[in-house]
Design a protein around this ligand. Structure first.
Ligand SMILES: [Zn+2]
Length: 281
């Protein structure tokens, strides 16, 4: 096992810097209600692992995902507020939501650190491209009351419902994956080891991210639990509605939005790993 060539004192300094930066960002986001208290803890854990063990090049696309998602979730229109009222969780992100988007990425930053092989940056990037694609689609796709259709049945669904796709949401998800990859690529310019990386690998990360967000929508339209409120009879992703437990109308009880998001990032990372192995890169 090659434990990264980074000298020990440098690593300690990097982890300290990562902790300070993550803590500042988490506190700021908590202050602006982009994160709950548990979400702030999750952000410190994910940020410290990724920046601490992956370094600046790993931190750049993570920061881009984090800042762009926080800004977009603050953009609100009456249509969006209405759309997301049935969703499981909205706006303020908690620990499970942060982990759903950041657990696969954190694991890959550690794999990179332990192996010392920069190739692990690409599955890492694929999982972040997926997280951006999915978050941008939800946050931007619901700004306009487009009428989304189910990705599986192509029948109309309520805006904001999991598994629903719209033109605006699809454009936003492609934009999220491509922009995250381009920002990461610009960040890679500061490290010599990225200079010889083929464009194919960058595109693989973005495409696997998009494939993951496609899977996310398919799971959202099929296995994800959906409930019907016994009081107002609306469909919802929440277990409780109008202060009462809602009845399971479709899907599997433990498959919630966080489970689906985690599956999407994991799939993106695994698909990128498989392609890299096949390419023999
Ligand atoms: Zn209700």
């Amino acid at each position: 096992m090659i434990i990264s060539s980074v000298p020990r004192h440098f690593l300690l300094a990097q982890i300290t810097a990562a902790l300070i930066l993550s803590l500042s960002l988490a506190l700021l986001s908590y202050r602006f209600k982009a994160l709950s208290r548990s979400g702030a803890v999750g952000t410190v854990v994910v940020g410290t692992i990724i920046f601490g063990f992956g370094g600046v090049v790993f931190a750049i696309p993570l920061l881009f995902f984090f800042i762009s998602s926080s800004i977009f979730s603050h953009l609100k229109t009456p249509g969006k507020i209405q759309s997301l009222s049935g969703a499981d969780k909205t706006g303020t992100r908690d620990f499970a939501q942060v982990m759903a988007n950041g657990a696969a990425a954190s694991a890959l930053a550690l794999v990179y650190f332990l192996s010392g092989d920069i190739i692990w940056f690409f599955p890492y990037l694929a999982s972040l491209c997926e997280a951006s694609a999915d978050t941008w689609a939800t946050e931007l796709g619901t700004l306009h009351p487009d009428s989304p259709v189910s990705i599986l049945s192509l029948k109309r669904v309520d805006p904001g419902q999991s598994g629903g796709i719209s033109i605006l949401g699809t454009v936003a998800s492609i934009g999220g994956a491509i922009m995250t990859m381009l920002v990461a690529r610009s960040g890679g310019l500061i490290a010599d080891e990225f200079l010889w990386i083929d464009m194919m690998l960058w595109l693989t990360a973005a495409c696997c991210g998009l494939a993951g967000s496609f899977l996310d929508s398919v799971l959202g339209a099929s296995l994800q639990a959906q409930y019907r409120c016994n009081q107002c009879h609306r469909r919802t992703e929440r277990r409780n509605h109008c202060g009462l437990p809602a009845t399971l109308a479709r899907g599997v009880r433990f498959v919630d939005n966080d489970f689906v998001n985690f599956a999407g990032t994991l799939f993106a990372a695994l698909a990128a790993t498989a392609i890299i192995l096949l390419l023999g890169a």
